[in-house]
Design a protein around this ligand. Structure first.
Ligand code: GLA
Length: 473
């Protein structure tokens, strides 16, 4: 009766006696091909949805409880009730991604669901998407949980609107991410990469070169969601915003319209890139940026600066980094990375794999040297990947660990895989990071060197008794 979900359905029924599963939700991970840390600046990105995914079986509950079980024992069950303001678990708890999705649905449907009578749900989750690897397992969980909330409450929404809303909803967990992940997860199309543009959200498919494969290799350095990692990530959007607002102030003297800019992409609409580079050189380069000097440059008081720019979702103030705010480097990266994304689209439309590969390589160098989000393991893996035949290789996702994405001639795939396993895992990691090597052995290479073709976005399949949720394609 339930076709390919039979096994999961029988486990669901054992876990939740008396609850009927009515939906199966499939949410893919994403790999970003190029365009790192540009989304929250309003510049385009080029990811694709991959084969690895989260599957969630969902059944409605008559009350407002949310109950989630994960088939992986690493994630113990969570249960909470729906309210207008759901209190988060402690930082890093996997249940916060479920709560973020549910809170997002509550926020969006408050008006249409009478008296806040939201139905809760019971869910059983299984996943083959590696966590903390820069492949958006967290956003996939947020999307899955939101889709479950929509499904059991008979709410429909367009994919686009959901992507927009969930990008905001995920801020619940304390990271100040952009909109790439939810858009890639929800809007991707099978067989193509996706050019995503922001404010307003738009997406268009881009062909990948024939005869080449996308391979994702896990460095095994975990990019966890701890307090410290959250700070390392949040530092970037904060610095980008500070830098863009200082540049706005300077640019307004030359281009009045620039006064309305809210982020770097808006400035680029009014100020030619060459002129903006000049402003960066004159205003940002060669200075040590403290809270005080930033406040002076922006013409605000220290407390205005803190309230407007440094106050985090949890009410804490973002501390001044020990090496100061790195404003010039961030801007240099973001402007050039945005240009690389546009150039990549042109190269891919012409089928020019080698040009695209060079842009990927340049993106990695910039992530390493200007954003400082690489690490020795990622750099090593990128080098080995290039030596093993990749025409381009770079870190992918937020950085600080996680995966490398490589563009590899398909007829060299098997040789590529052998060289990566030998030189990165069996030599480099074994010698330098024995624990990570052990972890790789435990996972198995089929789970850490992944050739992936582009997949379609998340889907909700009604099982007997369920209704459609997502409108549009
Ligand atoms: C994380 C964020 C995204 C994006 C990337 C870096 O995945 O969630 O919005 O900023 O990092 O490109």
């Amino acid at each position: 009766m339930y076709g390919k979900y039979n096994r999961l359905v029988s486990e669901f029924k054992k876990t939740y006696p008396g609850v009927e599963p009515t939906y199966c939700i499939r949410v893919p991970g994403r790999v970003n091909l190029i365009g790192e840390h540009v989304d929250y600046n309003g510049l385009p990105v080029l990811p694709m949805a991959m084969e690895r995914e989260i599957r969630m079986l969902v059944g409605p509950l008559s009350n407002n409880s949310i109950r989630v079980h994960n088939t992986s024992p690493q994630y113990s069950p969570r249960e909470f009730t729906i309210s207008n303001n759901i209190t988060p678990y402690s930082t890093g708890d996997w249940g916060n991604y479920i709560k973020a999705g549910v809170q997002g649905i509550v926020n969006m449907a408050r008006e249409s669901v009478k008296n806040d009578k939201f139905h809760g749900f019971a869910a059983l989750i299984e996943s083959d998407l590696p966590p903390a690897a820069g492949l958006s397992s967290s956003s996939a969980m947020v999307v899955a949980s939101a889709l479950a909330g929509l499904a059991v409450n008979n709410l429909t929404i367009s994919r686009q609107e959901l992507a927009d809303r969930l990008a905001i909803a995920e801020k619940y967990v304390g990271t100040m991410g952009g909109g790439m992940d939810h858009a890639a997860i929800l809007l991707s199309a099978v067989g193509s990469a996706l050019l995503i543009e922001f404010f307003p959200l738009r997406a268009a498919t881009v062909p990948l070169p024939r005869g080449y494969s996308i391979v994702v290799c896990n460095s095994m350095v975990i990019a966890p969601k701890t307090e410290a990692a959250r700070r390392s990530y949040n530092r970037l959007p904060i610095e980008c915003r500070l830098a863009a607002m200082i540049l706005r102030k300077e640019a307004t003297a030359l281009y009045q319209e620039a006064a309305s800019a809210r982020r770097l992409a808006d400035l680029l609409a009014f100020v030619p890139a060459g002129q903006l580079y000049n402003l960066i050189n004159q205003t940002l380069v060669g200075k040590e940026w403290s809270k005080e000097s930033v406040a002076i440059a922006l013409g605000v008081s220290l407390s205005e600066l803190e309230q407007e720019y440094l106050l985090m979702g949890d009410g804490q103030l973002f501390p001044q980094p020990a090496d100061g705010f790195l404003l010039a480097e961030r801007m240099m990266h973001v402007i050039a990375e945005g240009e690389r994304v546009r150039a990549s689209v042109q190269a891919l439309e012409k089928g020019d794999a080698s040009q695209f590969g060079q842009l990927m390589n340049a993106s990695h160098a910039s992530c390493r040297d200007l954003l400082h989000i690489s690490c020795p393991e990622l750099d090593k893996l990128v080098d080995i990947a290039r030596g093993a035949g990749a025409v381009g290789a770079r870190l992918t996702g937020a950085g600080f660990g996680g995966c490398v994405v490589a563009l590899v001639p398909s007829d060299q795939l098997s040789q590529f895989r052998t060289i990566i396993i030998e030189r990165y895992y069996n030599e480099y990691l074994k010698q330098n990071r024995p624990q990570l090597y052990q972890a790789a052995q435990a996972l198995g290479y089929d789970n850490i060197v992944l050739a992936s073709t582009p997949q379609s976005g998340a889907a909700v399949s009604p099982l007997p008794g369920g209704l459609a949720v997502l409108s549009g394609t």
